[in-house]
Design a protein around this ligand. Structure first.
Ligand code: ZN
Length: 142
C-alpha cells in the first residue's frame, strides 16, 4: 500500500510510496528534474502573458519625452491630491501604439485648457527642462 503521496503542483505527477523517507527522496529527485529542465520548468509570468498586457496602456512622461505624440483626446480632471489643481489625461498614439498619459505638469495642463477639442488630433512633443528655481519641469516643446 502506497500510503504516502504527493502531487506535484507544477506537472501534477503523483508520487506514491509506502515510506515517508522514500517519499522525501522521490520528492527531491522530482524537484531536481524540474530545476534541471528534464521535466517542464516553471515558466515566468512575463513569458506566458503578452507583453502589452504586462505593460498596460499607461505611459509615463519620461517614456514619451522628446517623442512625436499624436494627441487623439484628452480630459482635465480635478486632482485628488491637491485642491484647485488639475491633472490631464491624454489619449495618445506614440511609436504606433495607443496609450494613456496622465500628467499634472502645470504648464502642460494650462496649455491643454486652451485647446479646442474640435481641433484634435494634434501632434505634440514634450521636453524636460530646468526651471529657474532649479526644478526639473515638463513643458511643450516649441
Ligand atoms: Zn512535477
Amino acid at each position: 500500500m502506497d500510503e504516502f503521496t504527493w502531487t506535484c503542483p507544477v506537472c501534477n505527477e503523483v508520487l506514491a510510496t509506502d515510506s515517508w523517507e522514500r517519499l522525501g527522496l522521490m520528492l527531491t529527485t522530482h524537484k531536481e528534474k524540474h530545476e534541471t529542465g528534464q521535466a517542464a520548468a516553471v515558466p515566468w509570468l512575463k513569458d506566458v502573458v503578452p507583453e502589452e498586457v504586462l505593460k498596460g496602456n499607461l505611459v509615463t512622461m519620461d517614456e514619451v519625452i522628446e517623442k512625436v505624440i499624436l494627441v487623439k483626446d484628452f480630459s482635465l480632471k480635478d486632482s485628488t491630491f491637491k485642491e484647485d489643481t488639475f491633472y490631464l489625461s491624454l489619449v495618445i498614439e506614440v511609436d504606433g501604439e495607443e496609450r494613456i498619459l496622465n500628467t499634472g505638469a502645470e504648464r502642460i495642463v494650462q496649455a491643454f485648457k486652451q485647446v479646442d477639442k474640435g481641433k484634435l488630433p494634434v501632434y505634440v512633443t514634450f521636453e524636460k527642462v530646468m526651471s529657474s528655481g532649479g526644478r526639473r519641469v515638463y513643458r511643450i516643446k516649441l
